[in-house]
Design a protein around this ligand. Structure first.
Ligand code: AMP
Length: 111
């Protein structure tokens, strides 16, 4: 499958990996939008949040356990988790991913 995040998971293209376990992988965003900006992705290919099923939901729950652990390890006092679902919402990579952003100037804007 021609998916950039599947290739990162497989180690076929380079990334600045932050964390990896059997179910998910975290790596820094190539084009950071905040002082700290990393992505957490399931290792299995799920195209978007709209494609989460009862079978794959546990992976998503796991990701939401990993995120606070990583943020604690990075010493982040506050952070924002973003998921863009679908092209019209700004999703450019069709492999489910959660943006984790942190830094002094995040502001209050959501859009
Ligand atoms: P989205 O617009 O929500 O689909 O987010 C995709 C994100 O993936 C963007 O913030 C990109 O900067 C990031 N991205 C794309 N290719 C790579 C890559 N090879 N390594 C790290 N981040 C990437």
């Amino acid at each position: 499958m021609d998916c950039v995040f599947c290739k990162i998971v497989a180690g076929e293209i380079p990334s600045k990996k932050l964390y990896e376990d059997a179910l998910c992988c975290a790596f820094y965003d190539l084009n950071p939008q905040a002082e700290t900006h990393f992505l957490v992705v399931p290792k299995t290919h799920i195209a978007s949040a709209q494609d989460i099923t009862a079978e794959t939901a546990p992976v998503v729950a796991h990701i939401f356990e990993v995120i606070p652990q990583l943020c604690k390890e990075l010493g982040l006092s506050g952070y924002r988790i973003i998921n863009n679902c679908g092209a019209s919402a700004g999703q450019t990579v069709m492999h489910l991913h959660f943006h984790v952003l942190s830094g002094p100037n995040l502001g209050e804007r959501l859009v």
